[in-house]
Design a protein around this ligand. Structure first.
Ligand SMILES: [Zn+2]
Length: 105
């Protein structure tokens, strides 16, 4: 392709060279399009792994999060939420949840 680009600056390309240059440009365009898709896929994968790692760190620090909470209905991985009016977020997980997750017995 380099030779064709140099040639196009010096003279008119032959029909065969023009076809070859057109094919090379098409190939480059396809490569770049795939590179964008691949980059997006890799970024998505990196974000998924980062989120999974953060979730695992949270589980290590708060093993009670592995279980859902039967008191407030918080799903596994989500912090407990208020069950009474007033809406103050609990500072710790509900005890029943800690028991369910075998953190307490
Ligand atoms: Zn709870």
């Amino acid at each position: 392709m380099e030779l064709l680009l140099e040639a196009v600056e010096r003279r008119r390309l032959t029909p065969l060279e023009a076809v070859e240059l057109r094919r090379a440009v098409g190939h480059l365009r396809a490569c770049l399009a795939n590179a964008g898709v691949e980059l997006r896929r890799l970024v998505d994968e990196a974000e998924r792994v980062r989120d999974e790692h953060a979730r695992q760190l949270l589980m290590v620090r708060q093993p009670g999060l592995e279980a859902a909470c039967r008191i407030c209905g918080a799903a596994a991985g989500a912090w407990c939420r208020p069950v009474h009016g007033g809406g103050v977020m609990p500072r710790t997980l509900h005890v029943a949840r800690l028991v369910d997750a075998r953190v307490l017995s």
